[in-house]
Design a protein. Structure first.
Length: 211
């Protein structure tokens, strides 16, 4: 069930973000982040997409129970995305005087992106030899390296956009990070296995003793 929920959530998110870029012509997707589009006519698509990411990520986190703090970072990421959906970003060009909503959105977004970047590396290292991940280990590892690199470039683009030349393609950098992150999460959703519950384990032990 969690696998279906996660994949459905990521599919809805991709469609929502793609349609938002297509129907909202007010901003340049190369320059502006996805969350800025919430201020346009069809801004509700951004909110839907963020909520879908939060739900899908939470489902992956449930499947990653037993993976240590890497799994808990997935829960943290999902919570940050939910907060970012509830508190929308400001329109572009308001870097020096952000609203309270934009400030909360920005902190949640960056805390979430950082947490997810660490979680992806951690879970890839810990779980890649797990039989449940064996068939996708190489793809998961490649995506982990790619998403980590993209996150660093995204951070550099943000610094440039906010304080240096103001010319970095921040929107493109963010969309690449989002695409790679969702691809990794989708693979993890089809690979990770839930930890057996204590009652289920006890039931199997009791059954074995009886037999």
């Amino acid at each position: 069930m969690t696998k279906t929920v996660s994949l459905a959530g990521f599919t809805v998110a991709v469609l929502a973000f793609a349609i938002s870029d297509a129907v909202n012509q007010g901003y340049d997707p190369m320059a502006e982040t996805v969350s800025r589009y919430v201020n346009l006519q069809h801004g509700w698509l951004v909110t839907v997409g963020l909520l879908a990411v939060a739900v899908g990520s939470a489902a992956v986190a449930v499947r990653a129970v037993g993976s240590g703090w890497g799994g808990w970072l997935l829960h943290f990421w999902a919570g940050c995305v939910l907060i970012a959906a509830v508190f929308p970003a400001d329109p572009p060009g308001n870097w020096s005087r952000p609203s309270l909503s934009d400030s909360v959105h920005g902190v949640a977004a960056w805390a979430g992106f950082l947490a997810l970047a660490i979680a992806i590396v951690r879970l890839t290292v810990v779980r890649r030899r797990d039989p449940a991940w064996a068939s996708r280990a190489r793809a998961v590892t490649v995506l982990a390296w790619a998403s980590s690199t993209a996150f660093v470039l995204f951070a550099v683009a943000l610094v440039d956009k906010a304080a240096l030349t103001h010319t970095a393609p921040l929107g493109l950098a963010e969309r690449i990070v989002i695409a790679l992150n969702l691809a990794w999460l989708a693979l993890a959703a089809t690979s990770a296995k839930c930890r057996p519950s204590a009652s289920g384990t006890m039931g199997r032990m009791t059954s074995g003793i009886v037999r």
